[in-house]
Design a protein around this ligand. Structure first.
Ligand SMILES: O=C(O)CCC(=O)C(=O)O
Ligand SMILES: [Fe+2]
Length: 320
């Protein structure tokens, strides 16, 4: 691990004071050179975060742990004799917030847990909106530009992946989550403040994303790299398994709507762009099969999807 690397930590409350310019510059530098930063004083009440953490850990113990152990047995992962490269050592469930919620269809959640997750989701959505405008300001894009691009017909897609990475007897044999860049827009992560594991790839070196109590870790997905014409980057990250401790991670993905048209922002393109233009849903279909591969071939492959669609436009019949 490289020494003297200072992971960017942004105190969002400083946006309201004398240090606004330095704070905006810190965010811009993090977006350009890290693809990640950690937020403190982000406005989400710390007691809400404490409650969510407690209930997520209880929920795992009560409803998920047994299923995880059964999964290990069924996939032959209970012995781990050789390195495993096509499975992740994680226990997850997914909540959808936008465009439609599935919160009331998820089994085994107490009313209190559901209500807290609803509140947390709404606050994260507002924080994502606020952050997108800070990015616009740093990029010289008009206020609301990114939100508008993400909107499509039905507004953004927003969902939460609730994960636990249970202790693993042989961490060298399997990852908690294999290395990938995120496909979407902005990711807001509430990670365990004690058990570490998340790492990002910076200049060829894996760097820890340090646990920091009550922080929200932000990272940028592939869509923001495309829209910013590469000024900002989505960064490879992975989760390492640990011998001790169960790592909680609640990752919320603020993504474009499925029919949103994504392309580099014209004001950020000087002499043509190597980045593709496409419909977000087409990107997601492609991503599903190649998530754990580098993004560059994905950016090339989506150009072919877009070109084929131009040649064979989908014919729609007007019915009214
Ligand atoms: O659990 C984490 O810290 C990160 C999860 C992640 O990268 C993902 O789900 O895409
Ligand atoms: Fe990720």
């Amino acid at each position: 691990m490289e020494k003297n690397i200072k992971f960017p930590v942004v105190d969002l409350s400083k946006l309201n004071g004398e240090e606004r310019d330095q704070t905006m510059a810190l965010i811009d530098d993090a977006c350009q050179n890290w693809g990640f930063f950690e937020l403190l004083n982000h406005g989400i009440p710390y007691d809400l975060m404490d409650n969510i953490e407690r209930m997520t850990k209880e929920h795992y113990k009560k409803f998920m742990e047994q299923k995880f152990k059964e999964m290990l047995r069924s996939k032959g992962l209970d012995t781990l004799e050789t390195e495993v490269e096509n499975v992740d050592w994680e226990s997850t469930f997914f909540l959808h917030h936008l465009p439609q919620t599935n919160l009331y269809n998820i089994p085994d959640m107490s009313d209190e847990y559901r209500a807290a997750m609803k509140d947390f989701g709404k606050r994260l959505e507002n924080l994502a909106d606020e952050l997108l405008d800070l990015l616009c300001e740093n990029l010289g894009l008009e206020k609301g530009y990114l939100k508008k691009v993400f909107h499509g017909t039905n507004g953004p897609t927003f969902g939460t992946k609730v994960s636990n990475y249970p202790p693993c007897p042989k961490p060298e044999m399997i990852k908690g989550l294999r290395a990938h860049t995120d496909a979407g827009g902005l990711i807001l992560l509430f990670q365990d403040d004690k058990v570490s594991g998340l790492q990002l790839l910076k200049d060829g070196v894996w760097v820890d994303v340090p646990p920091l109590k009550h922080s929200i870790v932000i990272n940028l997905g592939d869509q923001l790299e495309v829209i910013t014409n590469g000024k900002y980057k989505s960064i490879m990250h992975r989760v390492m398994t640990q011998k001790e401790g169960n790592r909680m991670s609640i990752a919320s993905f603020y993504n474009p709507g499925s029919d949103a048209k994504i392309s580099p922002a014209p004001s950020l393109v000087e002499k043509g762009s190597d980045y593709p233009s496409f419909v977000f849903d087409d990107y997601m279909k492609l991503y599903a099969g190649v998530k754990f591969e580098p993004k560059e071939p994905r950016f090339e492959a989506i150009k072919n999807v877009a070109a084929t669609k131009d040649l064979n436009p989908v014919v729609t019949v007007e019915t009214f």
